[in-house]
Design a protein around this ligand. Structure first.
Ligand SMILES: [Zn+2]
Length: 344
């Protein structure tokens, strides 16, 4: 019952947050989709007229009105599977009601941005275990309801330990879901695009998740907001590492939780050492590791961007000038939103 109340509270708060958070990107896409939908009957109506006109004249007229459409990327699919266990029903209902999978900002930005051999299917389902994974045979990225439940419970414990509010518990849940789903999306991209990975794939996709969160900054969140969300994702790794490691843990394909924690801290700090110096001064990252983090962070970002870049769909490729203009536009909006504190 307590779990149900917590999930109900989070659902209410999340609906409010989703209307601000990531919404502008989503609404832009909706607006673009509406434009395309509106354009289709118009295009269909043009055809009979073209048929009675001399072909060259019709071609010239159509070309002047409708610019050539560049190919869009591969769009994802989203699904919420009804759980068999009654205990997971509230989680399922919350996830479906707020359309959780479509409200993960980076997944939302990747949807249709890349050209993939097939869609990635994002599925929320009961798994019988706490997990999230990529199923290679079907191209599915599965988020288990059990994992959402664990994050809800951890978020509650985190808030209790740090004296926070429901909003902080929600932040914990969302930040971790963003990181987790990007990690699994990374496995999907490596598989579908046959991307090279000479290190351990588990570390590589942690790095991709961090790179994408730090790089795909929108007008809704500043880079500091993102760094704060990544801190919450790092907290998950520490919270799930009890330090009791046996040989099986060391042999595992994943690095141990504490290593993943420090790797993440290194990426955040290295992204902007001047800005995030507190990560070192508060002891979250030892100085000895911090010394190399700027170079490490740059190298990882550069490598991932180089692997991703050739797969950006023609429609979303920007010229250097367009990219500069877009960054300036985002920065302007960020300044505007910090000047209007009542918006948050
Ligand atoms: Zn993994």
């Amino acid at each position: 019952m307590v779990q149900k109340i917590i999930i109900g509270l989070l659902a209410t708060a999340l609906i409010a947050v989703c209307s601000i958070w990531g919404y502008s990107v989503w609404s832009q896409k909706q607006a673009a989709a509406a434009l395309v939908a509106a354009a289709k009957p118009v295009a269909a109506a043009i055809k009979p007229i073209e048929a009675v006109k001399p072909p060259e004249a019709a071609a010239t007229e159509v070309a002047a009105v409708v610019p050539e459409e560049k190919a869009d990327g591969t769009h994802f699919t989203y699904q919420y599977v009804v759980p068999r266990s009654g205990q997971l029903l509230p989680t399922y209902e919350m996830a479906r009601e707020i359309d959780l999978l479509r409200h993960l900002p980076e997944v939302n930005q990747l949807d249709g941005w890349l050209t993939l051999p097939r869609p990635i299917n994002f599925i929320a389902a009961e798994c019988g275990t706490v997990n999230a994974f990529y199923a290679k045979d079907k191209g599915d990225v599965v988020l288990c309801y059990e994992m959402i439940d664990l994050l809800v419970r951890q978020g509650a414990a985190f808030v209790q330990a740090n004296g926070g509010a429901t909003r902080d518990q929600l932040d914990y849940l969302l930040a971790n879901l963003r990181f987790l789903m990007l990690h699994e999306t990374g496995h999907a991209l490596i598989d579908m695009l046959d991307l090279p990975s000479t290190g351990r794939e588990e570390d590589a996709v942690d790095q991709l998740a961090t790179t994408l969160m730090l790089s795909l900054v929108s007008a809704d969140e500043s880079s500091s907001d993102i760094a704060q969300k990544l801190q919450l994702a790092a907290t998950f790794f520490i919270a799930t590492d009890d330090g009791q490691h046996d040989m099986a843990t060391y042999a595992d394909e994943h690095s141990v939780g504490a290593q993943r924690y420090f790797n993440l801290q290194c990426m955040i700090y290295g992204n902007n050492p001047g800005k995030y110096l507190r990560i070192v001064t508060t002891g979250r990252l030892p100085e000895a590791r911090a010394l190399r983090c700027e170079e490490e962070s740059k190298q990882i970002t550069r490598s991932w961007m180089r692997l991703i870049e050739p797969n950006i769909a023609p429609k979303h490729r920007l010229t250097a000038e367009e990219e500069r203009a877009k960054i300036e536009q985002i920065q302007r909006k960020q300044v505007e939103s910090t000047q209007a504190p009542y918006m948050r």
